[in-house]
Write a protein that binds this ligand. Structure first.
Ligand SMILES: [Zn+2]
Length: 69
């Protein structure tokens, strides 16, 4: 399992949504909310969407859940 976080600020340079990051990501925001431990990034994204419906995965640490073009 891995620990996931969601950015409390919208990422204006990345689709203008709230990005989900895996622990250890180089781009981890300082203003973040811990989502907990999950077996997959998709489960973490589902949790993040309860708080921020526009949540999306970080392209660097969670490319499997990144939907930005
Ligand atoms: Zn990341």
């Amino acid at each position: 399992m891995a620990k996931y976080y969601v950015n409390n600020k919208q990422q204006s340079n990345s689709g203008n949504n709230h990005e989900v990051h895996r622990e250890g990501c180089y781009f981890m925001p300082s203003d973040r909310t811990s989502l907990g431990n999950f077996y997959s990034a998709q489960l973490a994204l589902d949790e993040a969407k309860k708080k921020y419906p526009d949540a999306d995965g970080c392209i660097h640490c969670c490319p499997e859940i990144n939907h930005d073009k």
